[in-house]
Design a protein around this ligand. Structure first.
Ligand code: NAP
Length: 248
């Protein structure tokens, strides 16, 4: 029996990386899955193809999560088209790394705008429908660095720590409507985002990971699928670490 058969899901930033793995997993578990992307149209179409090849169902939804009105309209269009929206995974994210002394004001604005405000924008739009239907599952993507901090990632880790606060407060507000809100905090996951890490740095990081390897997008996708399934009905306001033990 598929875990989330017939549910309507939206995964932001699912053209590539972790988001793509989540979209494939949710569609594989039976959800009609909207694949959001901003710039990578070809990659998003590939995600959809990977889903349909396995017998899953989905559709593309292009919008910039950082843009309040764009996100509102796109998410309303999904709710109007399907009559509901059950699952929202706020995965879209980006980073511009660099030492604090060199961080520009626009770096802060772009990172906070995409990661933190983007999560706010999508939650705001989707919860209108979820509150009406009195059911919803929201999973937000934070990061190990929200808790551990990381030199060179002041803006990024602040955006991800903000997501932790947003998740816990929203979980408290929406629990009475049967909407759960949780976050997943990955460690080092092999995607485009971590491509700039040199072989030498990667080896050093692996030495610090008790499980002795970096993570895969599928390692994260499995946990997201659990959080939106019936097995997690009594879990809300939690931050689930998926990091091979690098931070406990
Ligand atoms: P990635 O490979 O760089 O993919 C990022 C995704 O986000 C792409 O699909 C991109 O879509 C989308 N995106 C970026 N800005 C967007 C915007 N304004 N509107 C809509 N979509 C946007 O990154 P990833 O490694 O899979 O990361 C996914 C999430 O996990 C992020 O939130 C990241 O912070 C978090 N995370 C990653 C790691 C890691 O080690 N990789 C660790 C902890 C947390 P387009 O290309 O179409 O614009």
């Amino acid at each position: 029996m598929k875990q989330i058969n017939g549910k309507i899901a939206l995964v932001t930033g699912s053209s590539r990386g972790i988001g793509r793995a989540i979209a494939i997993k949710l569609a594989g578990e039976g959800a009609f899955t909207y694949i959001n992307y901003c710039k990578s149209g070809d990659a998003a179409r590939q995600t959809l193809q990977l889903i349909t090849e396995k017998g899953g169902k989905g559709k593309l939804s292009r919008f910039d999560v950082a843009h309040f009105e764009e996100a509102r309209k796109a998410i309303k269009a999904i709710a109007d088209e399907k009559g509901r929206i059950d699952i929202l995974v706020n995965n879209a994210g980006m980073t511009i790394d660099g030492l604090f002394a060199r961080v520009k004001e626009e770096h802060w604005d772009t990172i906070i705008g995409t990661n933190l405000k983007g999560t706010f924008n999508c939650c705001r739009a989707a919860t209108r429908q979820m509150m009406k239907q009195r059911w919803g599952r929201i999973v937000n993507m934070t990061s190990v660095v929200a808790e551990s901090g990381n030199a060179g990632q002041v803006c990024y880790s602040a955006s991800k720590a903000g997501i932790v606060g947003l998740t816990k407060s929203l979980a408290r507000e929406l629990a009475s409507r049967n909407i759960t809100v949780n976050a997943v905090a990955p460690g080092f996951i092999e995607t485009d985002m971590t491509l700039s890490v040199t072989e030498e740095m990667r080896d050093k990081i692996i030495e610090e990971i008790p499980l002795g390897r970096v993570g895969t997008p599928e390692d994260v996708a499995g946990v997201v699928a659990f959080l939106v399934s019936g097995a997690a009905d009594y879990i809300t306001g939690q931050i689930i670490r998926v990091n091979g033990g690098i931070y406990m």
